[in-house]
Design a protein around this ligand. Sequence first.
Ligand SMILES: [Zn+2]
Length: 67
Amino acid sequence: MRCHRCRSVMAYERFYSLDEHFLGWRCVLCGEIIDQVILENRQTKRGRLNREKGENVIPDGTRWGGE
Ligand SMILES: [Zn+2]
């Protein structure tokens, strides 16, 4: 798992909120946090957009390359 912001290594950890906990990935360098829900939303959004525009699937990393 690589951070989409800085391409550093991400650690799989357990996070706690007020009334629940979840498992997700945290970047050891910039602190970016990604959990399963975020990943699924991102996949769904990208898939819908691609279908609407009739474009091919964009490989991971391309859309974030310039940021
Ligand atoms: Zn990062």
